[in-house]
Design a protein around this ligand. Structure first.
Ligand code: HEM
Length: 222
C-alpha cells in the first residue's frame, strides 16, 4: 500500500507542476493581450481555468497520498503550515507555501463575483508567486528530483513560463512606444476629435516611422 501511495504521490506531484505551468503561462500571455485568430480569448480563458482546476485536484491527491504514506512522515499540520516538518523543512515547506498561495487564489476566484475587482485581481496575482515555489519544491523535495526526467520537466516548465513572461514584456514595451508616439501626434494636430494616424500627420511635424496606430486629440489633449 505504501509503495502505491508513494508512486501516486510522485506522479501527481509532477503532473501538478505541469498543469500549474500551463495555467500560469496562459494567465501571463492572456493578461499581456495575446491575440490569435484560431484561439479566441474566451477559449484561452477556458483552458486557463480548467488547467488551474486540474492542477488543484492533482495537488489535493499529491498531498493526501503522501500524507497517508507513513514513510513520508508528513503531519497534518505540514499540509498547511510551511517549514515545520522535521524531515525536510525547507523543500517540503516550499511546497506547502505554494499550496497556501494557490488556496488563496482558488478561494478568491470562487468568490470573484462577490469581491471588488481590485481585491480579486490583487489576490489572483499570488498565483505568480506560487509557481516558483512549486518549481523549487519539485527540484529539491522528491526522491526523483535529481533524475534527468524531473530536471527536464522542471527546465521545460521554466522555459514555458519564461517565454510567456518574455512575450508579455515585449508586448508591453511595444504598446508603450505606440502610446508615446500617439501622444506626440495628438499634441501636433488640431482638435478635430477625429482619429488620426501617422500617414495623415502634417509633413511639418513628421511622426515616427513606427507609429501606425490611431489616436484622437480628445484622448491625448495638447
Ligand atoms: C503546487 C504545489 C506542489 C507541487 C507542484 C508539487 C510537486 C512535487 C514534485 C514534482 C515532487 C517530486 C516527485 C518525485 O520525486 O518524483 C514532489 C515531492 C514531494 N512533495 Fe510536493 N508538490 C506541491 C506541494 C506539496 C505540498 C503542499 C506538500 C506537503 C507538505 C508536498 C509534499 C511532497 C513530498 C513529501 C514529496 C516527496 C515525495 C517523495 O518521497 O518522493 N508537496 N512534489
Amino acid at each position: 500500500m505504501n509503495e502505491a501511495l508513494w508512486v501516486l504521490g510522485r506522479a501527481t506531484g509532477v503532473s501538478t507542476l505541469v498543469m500549474l505551468t500551463v495555467a500560469t503561462a496562459l494567465g501571463v500571455v492572456m493578461s499581456g493581450g495575446f491575440r490569435h485568430r484560431e484561439l479566441p480569448r474566451f477559449a484561452l480563458a477556458e483552458i486557463h481555468r480548467r488547467a488551474s482546476l486540474l492542477a488543484t485536484g492533482l495537488l489535493v491527491v499529491h498531498v493526501l497520498s503522501l500524507w497517508l504514506d507513513a514513510e513520508a512522515q508528513l503531519d497534518a499540520v505540514d499540509l498547511l503550515v510551511p517549514f515545520l516538518n522535521a524531515r525536510n523543512p525547507l523543500w517540503w515547506g516550499l511546497g506547502t507555501l505554494a499550496l497556501d498561495l494557490l488556496l488563496i487564489v482558488v478561494v478568491s476566484s470562487l468568490l470573484r463575483k462577490r469581491l471588488p475587482h481590485a481585491v480579486w485581481r490583487g489576490l489572483h496575482l499570488l498565483a505568480y508567486a506560487s509557481w516558483p515555489f512549486a518549481v523549487l519544491h519539485s527540484v529539491g523535495g522528491g526522491t526523483d528530483s535529481a533524475t534527468w526526467w524531473v530536471r527536464l520537466t522542471a527546465i521545460t516548465c521554466c522555459a514555458v513560463v519564461g517565454g510567456a513572461v518574455g512575450y508579455r514584456l515585449v508586448r508591453r514595451s511595444g504598446s508603450r512606444l505606440v502610446h508615446r508616439s500617439g501622444s506626440r501626434l495628438g499634441r501636433t494636430l488640431p482638435p478635430t476629435g477625429r482619429p488620426v494616424s501617422a500617414k495623415s500627420a502634417p509633413a511639418a511635424n513628421p511622426a515616427p516611422a513606427a507609429a501606425t496606430t490611431t489616436a484622437t486629440v480628445q484622448e491625448y489633449p495638447s
